[in-house]
Each structure stands twice: as C-alpha cells, then as structure tokens.
Design a protein around this ligand. Structure first.
Ligand code: ZN
Ligand code: ZN
Length: 53
C-alpha cells in the first residue's frame, strides 16, 4: 500500500497494482491506482502540466 491518492481519480492507493513514479519532466511523484493504470487513463502532472499515458 502506498501513501497518497491517485492523481487521476482521487482514490486511495490501497489496492495491489498501484504505482508511483517521477514525472519525466519535473520529477514530481505521480501516483496512480490500479484501476486507472489498467485502463491506461491519461495523467497530468499537477506541477508542470505534463500529460502522459
Ligand atoms: Zn485512479
Ligand atoms: Zn511534472
């Protein structure tokens, strides 16, 4: 279990398969839940506005 919330849907990262990784642009830690990850939902970095799959 990770701390924080999914930046796409706001769910807590309590399920298996949640992930976090640094933004390729600015290094901000982006967190995503397993659901958004499996749906390949887009994310947008709240720091620099970078969008990725
Ligand atoms: Zn999510
Ligand atoms: Zn960023």
């Amino acid at each position: 279990m990770l701390e924080g919330r999914c930046i796409s849907c706001g769910r807590g990262l309590v399920e298996e398969g949640c992930t976090q990784f640094p933004c390729p642009e600015c290094g901000y830690i982006i967190k995503r839940c397993n659901i958004c990850r499996s749906q390949s939902a887009k994310y947008k970095c709240p720091e620099c506005g970078f969008e990725g799959p």
